[in-house]
Ligand binder design. Structure first.
Ligand code: GCB
Length: 614
């Protein structure tokens, strides 16, 4: 009996230890405005096609201390110590950056690359906590520090962080290793098949984030719904390691607001602030307020805009005013260099081009883009559609796949929930109609609404319609669950000629706003010929002219369009040896960043609309 007690006691100890030693990996919000140290720059790498650094010659996972595990030091202990791996300055990759565009041997590479960075770090206070934060790693990242695993993350486009326990951190020469694997799998998000390049690598910024032991980890501060004259600002603040009833303050100095809230036992405070004098964020005046949030030990600041986006009947209203979305779809790619976009300059280019086109909205397809994009959109007054890569034929039958999609959705919302520019969360693109897919997508829409009741939800639907006389009625059953019925159509490119637009009329019986999330045709920049010559700039120009004429006949619930696409982008599906060579050339800007003729057709239409909706 006594023995049994002792065993139970031991078990309890183990359980307590497991629980308290578990490293939290909850995402820290607002990294750009915290005390960070960049780990960007040159990282050494090893290409590991066979995953030799992970599996031994019997294909067993290597033990933590295995000297040939690539997370362990590569420095030989003495002249007889044989090491068959090593990190060397002969082999470096830039971080952030996809590997594909950094050397010819990487262009088509899909597999494992080990990245290593050494760094020195001394915390400014030994009680502080230190995290390593990754903007995005494509696709799977296993992160190790000084031979110990910190954690694993999957998903190529969302941020994640791991705590670095004090016991592991050294003042000099920390050995940070990331095993990056960008192989595609049928049960991942996205799946095997996409129409974009599977760029691999540490594609966004990496930093060390130092925070007090008790710190403000996350908050959601937005205008409440329904919107009233008192401008209720609502949300929550989470303080890690806080005790119940500790105070947090939310201050908006410009409005002379400084309100106190108290956290519950879980460290969370519900926030409600009346701000009748608030100036709403709008396209004409994208007003951002400095918001300071402070707790006993921590203080963070961020510029936040407050605006009201809603659907009323068949219209979308921004701050009560009817809106037409002059959009463009964008991939996170810089065409002139055929690489992933990840710098401030890249964001300036992409959103700058969208503004030149006369856009008031961008669809960031088909996955969350770098955070610099949404922050820039906030300050420019551009509206954003943000999407997760639930694309085409992911496995809708699998609960596990659903969980992965849900995680990516939560991560997207978590990072950007305080961005006024974002008005629509999209849960996917062109998913094939079936009962199981509709349930899957319906549940994702419900999750988006649960996480963020302030924004609209949608999905880009494949063009599914039934014809009645001259009408094409969009009737995808998912239309019942979205706020905006959005569909992609390529009339005159995939099927027919652009003239087919002359007799086509679109509508939906869902009494909801109708949005065209894609349309487009390919043209090789600088290839000039007769309009009847496919792939020429003139063909694309003709296509856009016919489309615009058709759009002018759209019903009154037509609230906008985001054509496909701002710029040419790499795609392994595009193998015409003359006109594509691994590129999807539907861009209005070509590989060299030059405007194609069709650009001016769309711009003309947008300029007219801008006047009409003034
Ligand atoms: C689509 C997809 C987009 C493709 C595009 C195309 O409908 O949503 O990802 O790139 O068509 O060019 O075919």
């Amino acid at each position: 009996m006594q023995k049994l007690h002792f065993k139970c006691f031991l078990l309890l100890l183990v359980l307590i230890f497991v629980k308290t030693s578990a490293i939290s990996s909850d995402l820290i919000t607002n990294i750009p405005n915290r005390k960070t140290t960049s780990l960007n720059g040159k990282w050494q790498y090893i290409i590991d096609i066979y995953e030799t650094g992970f599996y031994d010659y019997r294909y067993r996972e290597r033990a933590e201390k295995d000297p040939e595990a690539y997370w362990n030091t590569d420095v030989p202990a003495n002249s007889l110590d044989r090491k068959e791996h090593g990190y060397n300055d002969k082999y470096t990759l830039n971080v952030p950056g996809d590997w594909n565009s950094q050397a010819d041997k990487f262009l088509y590479y899909e597999g494992t690359v080990w990245y290593k960075k050494s760094f020195d770090y001394k915390k400014s206070d030994t009680n502080n906590k230190l995290y390593v934060y990754f903007g995005a790693v494509s696709y799977r990242a296993d992160v190790y520090l000084n031979g110990k695993k910190l954690g694993m993350h999957k998903g190529a486009f969302s941020p994640f962080n791991f705590e670095i326990p004090s016991s592991l951190l050294k003042e000099k020469d920390n050995f940070l290793v990331v095993k990056v694997d960008n192989r595609r799998y049928a049960d991942e998000i996205p799946t095997l098949n996409t129409d974009w390049w599977n760029y691999g690598g540490i594609i966004r910024d990496v930093s060390l984030v130092e925070v007090p032991n008790q710190f403000i980890s996350n908050y959601f501060i937005q205008l409440a719904k329904p919107h009233t004259k008192s401008n209720l600002i609502e949300g929550w603040v989470e303080v890690k390691n806080a005790k119940a009833n500790e105070e947090v303050y939310v201050e908006i100095p410009e409005l002379k607001i400084n309100q106190k809230f108290t956290v519950n036992a879980a460290g969370r405070a519900e926030v409600k602030i009346n701000a009748p004098k608030l100036k709403l964020w709008s396209l004409e005046n994208p007003k951002l307020y400095q918001v300071n949030i402070s707790s006993k030990a921590d203080k963070v600041s961020e510029k936040i805009g407050f605006r009201n986006i809603e659907v009323q009947g068949e219209k979308v209203l921004l701050n009560g005013k009817s809106l037409f979305l002059r959009g463009i779809s964008i991939h996170s790619e810089i065409p002139q260099e055929g690489r992933r976009a990840n710098t401030q300059k890249d964001a300036n280019q992409l959103l700058g081009w969208a503004r030149e086109l006369g856009c008031n909205m961008v669809r960031l397809a088909h996955y969350p883009h770098d955070e610099k994009m949404t922050r820039l959109a906030d300050s420019l007054g551009l509206l954003v559609w943000s999407e997760i890569p639930v694309y085409w034929t992911i496995d809708f039958t699998s609960d596990k796949v659903f969980e992965k999609a849900k995680t990516q959705l939560d991560e997207m919302i978590d990072r950007d929930k305080n961005r006024a520019s974002i008005i629509i969360w999209s849960v996917g693109n062109e998913t094939p109609v079936s009962e199981v897919r509709t349930n899957f997508m319906k549940n994702l829409l419900a999750e988006a609404r649960k996480q963020d009741p302030t924004r609209l939800v949608s999905a880009a639907l494949e063009v599914n319609y039934h014809s009645e006389e001259n009408m094409r009625w969009i009737d995808d059953p998912l239309g019942a669950y979205v706020d905006i019925v959005s569909f992609n159509q390529y009339l005159g490119w995939y099927g027919g000629t652009p003239e087919s637009c002359r007799t086509a009329n679109w509508g939906t019986h869902y009494k909801k706003p109708l949005f065209i999330s894609e349309t487009g045709a390919e043209a090789v920049g600088g290839f000039n010929a007769d309009a009847k010559q496919l792939w020429s700039e003139e063909f694309q120009e003709w296509y856009y002219k016919e489309q615009v004429d058709m759009l002018k006949r759209m019903p009154s619930n037509f609230i906008g369009i985001s054509p496909w696409i701002l710029a040419d982008f790499r795609s392994p599906r595009r193998n015409n040896p003359v006109y594509q060579e691994g590129w999807n050339n539907k861009g209005l800007y070509d590989h060299q960043g030059r405007k194609k003729k069709a650009f001016y057709v769309l711009k003309g239409y947008y300029d007219e609309l801008a006047k009409k909706y003034k």
